[in-house]
Design a protein around this ligand. Structure first.
Ligand code: ATP
Length: 351
């Protein structure tokens, strides 16, 4: 097991695309770390550069105390699971799991023993003689994981390993993966574009954009206090409300309402006001934003209510189904104490 230290790392493709751009990052020993971001932000390239499958153009990658920047993938002692699992179709489950040991010329009995033990811990015990084509997606995913952890690697790298599973299996696999990672305690870097998955699984998350890290923090930090409007837009299953606001007479004027400003700013400062739908509630009285209920969307146990405010802006809030207001009624949404965020108009960073 080992920590990963990345210093000023850049990965530039031959076509000139700077997929990873002077990036610094330290991942602790035993940490479950998620790289999150939209398509093309460079998360897969960063993972592949850690693995040695892409060559760094500048900077360094260290695993444990070793600078591995110039090491071949095979010398880095990392295990990787790819999005499509990359199982060998002509080999049995047992042979697939034992493959890395075979390559390392371990004795047959040891290969068999490790395959059986690993398969057992991943609930694949009865499937050792099957071939990948005879397995469900969830089982194939577990075989890929088993093969990765069969060698005592220092680091486990996962590239969207759950993306080929349907919604139900995905939830099951998430729980499984989290438990496995904590049991083995292996330093794990997990690439996903699914923010809910990152929030659910990771100890810490790096939100990336254009080859750089926009925010680094615990799922709670990133959810509660996105450091800029890019992260605010990206995180959350219902998007954060981002409204135009102005400081007037020391208070915040937003969507036709006047609220206490969470930050002391000079009058006439223009800001973007961020508030999550989950942190707004409908109150009969209180200082909030008043609007007319325009739509209600069913989210399961809760509903997303959209208000149209006097200045035309739209405000979303979630309520329990039994508290749904009537469409067309006028209601007031009150922000939970301390949950209103202000972002600068120029650079979109939190104030
Ligand atoms: P996705 O979620 O779609 O996989 P990503 O965040 O993992 O995206 P990367 O695959 O790392 O992003 O790609 C980062 C950038 O590098 C993109 O602009 C992409 O087009 C470019 N890129 C990726 N692979 C190559 C390659 N082999 N050659 C040239 N450019 C590449």
């Amino acid at each position: 097991m080992a920590r990963i230290k990345i210093d000023q790392l850049s990965t530039v493709y031959p076509n000139g695309v700077r997929a990873v751009d002077s990036l610094d990052l330290e991942i602790a020993d035993g940490e479950f770390f998620a790289l999150l971001g939209p398509s093309g932000c460079g998360k897969t390239t960063l993972l592949r550069t850690i693995a040695g499958l892409e060559q760094a153009s500048g900077g360094s990658v260290s695993i444990g105390d070793k600078d591995v920047t110039s090491f071949e993938p095979g010398r880095r002692n990392v295990a990787m699971v790819f999005q499509d699992y990359a199982l060998f179709p002509h080999m049995t489950v047992s042979e697939n799991i034992a493959y890395p040991l075979k390559v390392r010329r371990q004795p047959k009995t040891r290969q068999r023993e490790v395959a059986e033990r690993t398969a057992g811990s991943l609930s694949l015990g009865g499937l050792l003689e099957r071939r990948p084509g005879q397995l469900s997606g969830g089982q194939q995913q577990r075989v890929a994981l088993a093969r990765a952890v069969a060698i005592d690697a220092d680091v486990l790298l996962l590239d969207e390993p759950l993306s080929n599973l349907d919604a139900r299996l995905r939830l099951e696999a998430r729980t499984f993966l989290k438990r496995l990672q904590k049991d083995i305690g292996i330093t794990t870097v997990f690439v996903t574009h699914d923010q809910a998955e990152a929030l659910a699984l990771a100890d810490r998350i790096a939100v990336m954009e254009a080859g750089r890290i926009r925010q680094l923090g615990s799922p709670r930090d990133v959810f509660r206090r996105p450091s800029d409007t890019f992260v605010a837009n990206f995180i959350g299953s219902t998007p954060m409300n981002l409204l135009d606001g102005t400081i007037e007479n020391g208070s915040l004027s937003v969507a036709g309402a006047t609220l206490p400003s969470p930050v002391d700013l000079p009058d006439d400062t223009k800001v973007t006001v961020g508030i999550r739908p989950e942190y707004l509630s409908l109150e009969p009285a209180g200082q909030g934003i008043t609007g007319t209920v325009s739509t209600i969307e069913n989210l399961g146990v809760s509903s997303l209510v959209t208000l149209e405010c006097p200045d035309g802006s739209l405000l979303g809030l979630t309520v329990r189904e039994q508290h749904e207001p009537a469409i067309g009624s006028t209601v007031t949404a009150v922000p939970e104490q301390g949950r209103l965020l202000l972002y600068g108009k120029e650079d979109g960073t939190v104030l």
